[in-house]
Each structure stands twice: as C-alpha cells, then as structure tokens.
Write a protein that binds this ligand. Structure first.
Ligand SMILES: [Zn+2]
Length: 444
C-alpha cells in the first residue's frame, strides 16, 4: 500500500521554526507534511525525489509582489524562481481569481492587500473616518490579507493616514505602508512621520531601502542607519527590504504629468523635467526603463524604441529607474539588534516588475557568509508566515502545508518547488497549474 504521495529523500533540511537542521527525509501525503525523519522507507511511496546535495527549506514566501493591473506574466516569473507563496501588494480579488482559473498562477499560493488610492479606491486624499471604515470593510469582504497605503506614489493627508492605521488596528486588519503623505515625501523623513502617525499601532513598512535615495542627506548609507534606528525603536513596526538597484513605478500620466510622485522624484533625480515629456526623454536617453512583455516574461528596456513603446501604450506602462543604493539595501537587510534582525522580511517588490531575485540575492548573501541558511529561511518563510498570519506555512512540521523549496546552494538558486504537495517548478521549468487563493481571516 502506498503510504506517502511523495518522499523527498537525502536532502539537507533546514526548518528553523521547528529547530531542525540536518539530513532528513520528508514525506508528503494529501498536500500536507506527513513525516520528517532521518530515513523514511521509500517502498511505501508513490513517488520519490532524490535530493542528495540539495537543501530542503519551507516554501519560500515573497511577501511583496505586484500582479494585479500589471502583466499576466508576473506569476510565472515568480513561480520560476522557486517561490511558492506571494502577496500582491496592490491586489485585486477578481484578477487573482481569474489568474488561478485560467492557469496563469502556476500552482502557487496568492494573497493580496487592497490598496488605498485616492480617486480609485478612495474618493480623495483626505477621506473621512466613515469612508475609511467602509474601505476596511470592503477589503475584508473581498478576502484581502490586509490593506496597503501607497504614500510614495499616491499620498493621503497625514490625518487620513493616522486614522486609517488606527481604524485598521481597531478592526484587526493588517496594514502596510509605502511611506509618504501630502506633507512628507517617500524618504527617511517620511518614514519618521509615518512611524509617528502610527501612534504605536501595528504597521508593516514596505521596502525600507527605498527611503534611502539621498532625498534627506548626502549619503544613502547614513540614511539607512537612520532608517534602521527608527525601526529598531518602534516595537509596533514590522518591516521588509529588497536588494535591487532598480525601483518599479508607473509611467501613467494625466494631463501631461506623471500620476506617481515616485516617478516625478526619479525624473528630477536624473535631471529630467517631472512631466510626460520628461519621461519620454528619460527613456529615450537610457536613464529610465520600460517594462515590456516578451516571450512569456517582462523585460526592462530603454532607448528610442522603448520610448515609442511607452507612447504606444498611452503612457500606461511600468517604469524602472536606477534609484536604489545597493550599499543601503545590504546594510538594511543585514542589520541586527542584539542578535535579532531589525528588518523582519526579505522580499522583492517584484512579480510583474522584473526583479524576482529573492532566492538568488538571498543565497548570494548566504554564499558570502552574511546570512546562514537558517537566517535566509527566517527572512523568507518563517517571519512572513507569522506576520501575514499564514497558517500552516513557514515551517516543515507534521501537519503543515506541503510547501517546500529545494535549493541548489552551489548554483545559488532554487532547484525545485512544491505547493501543497504539487510540483510548481523543476529545474527552472514551471510545471504547476491552478493556484490557491489565501483568504484573509476577516476580523481575525
Ligand atoms: Zn510594491
């Protein structure tokens, strides 16, 4: 009789949440982890995968991606890297369901945060408490894992930010923020402002390194030190960072002006006017990059042809600028306080934005000894599962969801991935189908 659906045999397992690290076999049955032991008889298994020389870790979670309102290629790009769970940080319930139904989710788990955007999901930059409460209700009804403030791109007034974070805490709705208000920009001053507006209520701060782009000082690493100090002092703040030179923003313009404030700032940083024409010049000259779908993925492209493409899209295409400091990003990812990481999570802010480097860049830090394997798992599985309240994820204990990522540490990439017992990716080939919607627990 077949006792197990699948046995992963001979790998080096790292499961910090259960304090387990060493050579263990792992058996999967009905989409759950069924047994972990130094040796599991493979005679009772329908399928066995030999993983000698590979590392077996809890399914990697990319806590911050973009897919909704972007390109359908996004989730394939995520799945291809070995990530098995992703959270769309400006998501739309219907688009995600459609991707799952139409086989554009490739078997991974997807949840979303509902974005608070003036003139799209909110009436104005200064919505009153009643409207904010209704917004939180709608996010819960739609099954969102929480809500997201997009202050950098689409700021609200400080008062509205304060109220939204306070009401979310009261309703026990998870709140995340890209900092910035109508008063403060998306920089370290904006970070200090947002932390003070949270007034001790829980808040998750996105991509800490992106507030360190020399808007408030002369040196991004000095700004990173200030950002680290601010987060270290605030018990109510959870945070993430990513490691990548290029940011991701919108090229959409209304009346000749970029909708996104981040886009305007990036243009000014590069010496271009903060206008539609400025975007054209920036792409044309090779400073800004346009996100273009090609051959099942999104690539970053610059120069005259890319500028024409952006115009052809009626300005509605994603853009990337070389806005981040890698020194600041690495300092923030590694920062510790008394042996604990200051910044809880490593993510990508990728998905349809072409920078899905979570595993690649995380393992590069493991290779140089900046992280050990267990710390990589902590930042990419254990902490995200805890913070986003993803039950049954982030560990490999018996009864947990059979979400597994197998790493090739020599190559510095994932070799194979499994979501709920089903293969998602094998040796760079995406084989998963369907997908799982991670429904937020309303009021939980
Ligand atoms: Zn984002």
């Amino acid at each position: 009789m077949n006792q197990w659906d699948l046995v992963l045999a001979g790998g080096y397992l790292c499961d910090p949440a259960n304090n387990l690290e060493g050579y263990y076999d792992l058996a999967i049955q009905n989409g759950k982890i069924a047994k972990v032991a130094p040796e599991i008889s493979t005679r009772a298994a329908k399928e066995v995968i030999e993983l000698k020389g590979k590392a077996v870790v809890p399914g990697v979670i990319d806590s911050h991606i973009h897919f909704s309102h972007c390109s359908p290629e996004g989730l394939r790009m995520v799945a291809q890297t070995g990530v098995v769970t992703a959270i769309d940080f400006s998501g739309d319930r219907e688009e995600i369901q459609k991707a799952i139904d139409e086989n554009n989710a490739f078997g991974i788990n997807i949840g979303f945060l509902k974005p608070a955007i003036p003139k799209r999901t909110l009436s104005s930059v200064d919505p009153g408490e009643k409207e904010l409460a209704a917004f939180l209700d709608s996010a819960q009804r739609e099954g969102a894992l929480g809500i997201k403030l997009l202050g950098g791109h689409y700021p609200l007034t400080p008062e509205a930010v304060r109220n939204l974070i306070r009401l979310a805490a009261k309703e026990k709705v998870f709140a995340a923020s890209h900092v910035g208000t109508t008063r403060c920009g998306s920089n370290v001053d904006g970070l200090a402002e947002t932390i003070s507006l949270a007034e001790g209520n829980p808040l998750y701060i996105a991509h800490l390194q992106s507030y360190c782009r020399m808007q408030t000082g002369k040196d991004p690493v000095m700004e990173a030190m200030r950002a680290i100090e601010l987060v270290k002092k605030a018990e109510n703040i959870r945070s993430e960072s990513y490691i990548y030179l290029y940011n991701g923003t919108s090229g959409r313009c209304t009346g000749g002006i970029p909708d996104s404030h981040v886009t305007r700032t990036c243009l000014s940083m590069g010496g271009f006017p903060a206008t539609e024409d400025g975007i054209f010049q920036a792409i044309h000259s090779g400073y800004a990059y346009v996100h273009i779908p090609r051959g099942g993925e999104i690539i970053k492209s610059t120069g005259p042809e890319a500028a024409s493409y952006w115009r052809e899209q009626g300005t509605n295409a994603g853009l990337s600028f070389p806005a981040n400091s890698l020194s600041a990003a690495i300092a923030i990812a590694l920062a510790k306080d008394g042996g604990r990481f200051v910044v809880d999570v490593l993510s990508t802010d990728g998905g349809s934005i072409p920078r899905n480097k979570l595993i690649e860049n995380g393992l590069a830090l493991v290779r140089i000894g900046a992280f050990n394997l267990s710390e990589f798992v902590e930042k990419t599985a254990v902490n995200p599962a805890k913070i986003f309240n993803l039950e049954g994820k982030g560990h490999l204990g018996v009864g947990a969801d059979a979400d597994v990522t197998v790493l090739d540490l020599e190559k510095g990439e994932a070799y194979l991935s499994i979501a709920r017992g089903r293969l998602v990716m094998v040796d760079g080939l995406v084989v998963g189908s369907g997908g799982y919607f991670l429904r937020g627990k309303a009021g939980a």
